[in-house]
Write a protein of this length. Structure first.
Length: 566
């Protein structure tokens, strides 16, 4: 393949290079220079890097004025703080030109600079010949011929099916070699061929858009008038439109080379996508519930990330941080007699699964107030509320008991520093587990259904000698045992802190054994004294309190106090 004569393509050089760079890197985007490109002809922007390309169609040598132009473009580009800047020019530098270019990098010390010259461009044109064929060689006649052949094959696969599919594949492959902007795909359903054009790289549809001149005609019938009204409403809102070929005539077409073949004057089903798209910069707002007097009862932050624009209406789509509140605000651009525009707020409230109690609680408390006689408003950051407050109807969608339960679960998790998602629905057992844990956190006591046996071990037998008279006389004691045990809450072990088992009256269960050792009638190196509640007494459990004895702050310690009867 002959190389490109760069002197002859200066008027389309930037187009060729932008297509080349986009072919090499799908993230490359051409900057429209009609309003000033800011020193950027093409840029590649990722999450971590900004790479700016400057395209100059100069040939020959870099004169003083050309060097000044390059330097000015670099200075302008540096305002965007690029991580790399590359000059693309069909000139292979001389030693002196390279020395000057390297001097620019030392002068500005902002980012690395690269020079891609004629040799590099020639190699790329050899690697991607479709670019040269499209811009330089002129392939319109060939593409139109191929399109017509492809359209002929679309009408049906006559003869051998395998041969027909092979012909279509070959035609599509040839077209895809020629067009650097679009890729043609085909599918076969019930013997009919469908073709579709897809951009080969991001932004190709912007540089070489496909445009149609369409005429819509609706008959003056009930069905025709209904179709006409539906079409008008969707155009006003920017909704997706699917219009049967009955109402559509293609008047003109422009776009990729050859796509216009045999389309003008034909009927076709038209599918127009919704204008709904993501917003580059998210819009923050607050959803506010107030009472009839205007006092705020609850607010929740929302974020608008999508917008849809029609001929008459503009709509923003947002949500809270859990996606449990989905809302849209639609603005009618039509101005009333008083010069005001109207709007409409719509929302759904459906708590999502998998939320931590803290997040779910904020949502439920907001939803608890979504009822009469309250009002809602939407307030954007730094902007007054949108429209007048909207009256709410009906009862609250959130029962009070659910808010209380989730609030208690959030408190339990905060105290125990054990976090897990809230159940979708609470069982009776889970409700009881939550109530019990809150009762303990509030300083309450739990009566045990089965009283435990308290055991005190002594290393020396003579250490109980002084207690022998009390034991012999059936002495009673109050006892406290420190412990650190988890509680089960909604299937999870949670530690609420150190606790105490206690009983107001216990007695020694093995006093004969103790007395025998004390009297020297039997021998033992260590002794275990077992205490049990006196008949009619219960054992309780509670969490440790500030005023409890210091020795109970260590686990498994016992505080035993004799009871002296008056």
């Amino acid at each position: 393949m002959a190389t490109v004569k760069w002197d002859d393509v200066q008027h389309i050089f930037e187009d060729m290079v932008s297509v080349l760079l986009s072919t090499l890197n799908p993230d490359a985007r051409r900057i429209d220079g009609s309003g000033g490109d800011g020193g950027r002809d093409v840029q590649i922007k990722t999450k971590t890097e900004l790479h700016i390309y400057e395209c100059k169609s100069f040939t020959g040598r870099l004169t003083k004025s050309r060097r000044a132009q390059i330097k000015k473009s670099l200075e302008t580009a540096l305002a965007h703080q690029p991580d790399r800047w590359t000059l693309v020019v069909p000139i292979d530098h001389t030693p002196s030109e390279l020395q000057w270019f390297e001097g620019l990098e030392r002068e500005y010390e902002a980012c690395p600079l690269d020079w891609l010259g004629k040799d590099w461009l020639d190699r790329q044109m050899m690697t991607y010949p479709a670019i040269k064929r499209y811009f330089v060689d002129g392939v319109n006649d060939e593409v139109i011929k191929l399109i017509r052949e492809l359209n002929y094959e679309q009408t049906g696969l006559d003869g051998n099916l395998e041969d027909g599919i092979k012909r279509i594949k070959n035609l599509s492959a040839r077209l895809n070699e020629i067009d650097p902007y679009y890729r043609i795909d085909f599918s076969i359903v019930d013997g009919e061929v469908s073709l579709s054009h897809h951009p080969k790289w991001k932004g190709a549809e912007e540089e070489r858009p496909i445009t149609f001149g369409i005429k819509f005609e609706f008959p003056d019938t009930d069905i025709g008038n209904q179709a006409k009204d539906d079409f008008r409403h969707k155009i006003e809102r920017g909704d997706e439109i699917v219009m049967p070929e009955t109402y559509v005539t293609v008047k003109s077409v422009s776009g990729p080379v050859g796509i216009v073949a045999d389309l003008e004057g034909s009927s076709a089903e038209i599918k127009i996508g919704s204008s709904r798209a993501r917003i580059e910069k998210k819009i923050r707002a607050r959803f506010i519930v107030s009472d009839a007097e205007g006092k705020r009862k609850s607010t929740i932050p929302v974020t608008f990330e999508e917008r849809q624009v029609g001929r008459r209406y503009g709509t923003l789509y947002g949500h809270d941080n859990t996606n449990s509140i989905l809302l849209s605000t639609q603005i009618d651009s039509a101005v009333d007699e008083e010069g005001r525009v109207s709007g409409k707020i719509s929302f759904t409230f459906q708590p999502q699964e998998g939320l931590l109690p803290h997040d779910l609680l904020a949502l439920l408390k907001f939803g608890q107030n979504l009822c009469a006689p309250n009002f809602i408003t939407l307030e954007f950051d730094g902007v007054r509320p949108l429209g007048d407050p909207i009256a709410l109807n009906g009862i609250s969608p959130v029962p009070d008991i659910l808010v209380e339960t989730v609030e208690n679960l959030a408190r339990i998790q905060s105290k125990s520093n054990t976090h897990f998602v809230a159940p979708v629905a609470f069982s009776r057992q889970q409700l009881e587990e939550i109530r019990t844990a809150i009762h303990l956190l509030d300083g309450g006591e739990l009566e045990l259904s089965e009283s435990p046996r308290f055991t005190v071990k002594y290393d020396r037998v003579d250490s109980v000698d002084e207690s022998a008279p009390e034991i012999r006389a059936g002495a009673q004691f109050s006892i406290q045992l420190s412990a650190y045990h988890p509680r089960m809450v909604c299937g999870e072990e949670v530690y609420l802190g150190n606790g105490i088992y206690f009983c107001k009256r216990v007695e020694v269960a093995n006093s004969p054994e103790i007395l025998a050792i004390a009297a020297g009638e039997s021998e033992a190196d260590e002794l275990s004294v077992v205490f049990v509640p006196v008949e009619g007494e219960s054992t309780y459990y509670r969490l440790l309190r500030n005023g409890d004895p210091e020795e109970l702050r260590a686990v498994d310690n016992i505080v035993l106090d004799p009871i002296v009867e008056p």
